[in-house]
Design a protein around this ligand. Sequence first.
Ligand SMILES: [Zn+2]
Length: 361
Amino acid sequence: MRASRLEWAAQDFILERMTLPDDISDRARELHRRALVVDAHADTLTEMTDRGYDLDAAPSNGHIDFTLAGDGALDVQVFTCFVRPTYLPDRCADRVRAMLDTLERQLALFPERIALCRSGAALDEPRAAGKLGAVLAIEGGHAIENDLAVLAEFGRRGVRTMTLTWNNTNDWADGCGDEARHGGLTDFGRDVVSAMEDWGMVVDVSHAARSTFDDVLAVARKPLIASHSCADALRPHVRNLTDDQLRAIAATGGVACVNFYPRFLVDSDDATLHDVLDHVEHFLSITGPRHVGLGGDFDGIPHGPRGLENAAALPRLTEGLLARGIPDDDIVALLGANLARVFDGAEPAARDNLGAEAAAH
Ligand SMILES: [Zn+2]
């Protein structure tokens, strides 16, 4: 499955040329470099696991690797272990384990270039050492196979956030694109939310049905994130967030992160950077600047919007925000400081309990 090194070398050359957009002002580039840039959702681990490549050289249509993230374009990536429902019922956890192995392989191969932001470590630590920060996530609560001990195992391996569902309804939570079987969360679903919060994991409501979202609000005691969703007011879609949902996330102290998937931005495949800026501005208008973030869905979408094709293009977003008159401090907040605040604040008082409680279930 692995491509030859020669093939990678040729792709390196292409990536090198793509990496530094030259149409960015010094002011935007400086601000972008200064900001801690955190992206809340990418499916790169799926691509790497299935296609067999490493972060030193993504294929030419890849959206994230060390080169593309370089020069301060992207400082911390939440690497998501997405479990397609085809792995149900009993191969979901193994699928996550395979993707965790993929990330651990990167840590072993490139100790000078990537560091895992484990619980207890601030998100800006890898950047200070010149490394890409990696935060581990799970997409689709069915991944834990209805077992809190499995959730605890993933937590011990570094997973710090999870979407309760993917589009599918699982045994304990309704998903946004499927039959409503529970009217939101079941009792076990509420236990999952509580366990995540007890163990320092951030609860992610992207992909949740609106009934699930409401049930999470009733249970959650800590800030929530929506890692990769757009504004329903601009593009009505079951995957997008209504203004009420945006306000509710902000009220928890959490962060809603704008997705770059063209179909969530506009009613076609033909979105541009300006559409992303429209959604960011809408989020800002509803929640204020402390509750907005980015979750581009890179490597999980066929292509990004024009002007925002991969991680290397992220400074263009900063340029666009400046052009729209967004204050520097607000740009720094939404580029990543807001997400860093939520992850750092999710830390439990005592981490030693992780798994001890699960063993009791
Ligand atoms: Zn998703």
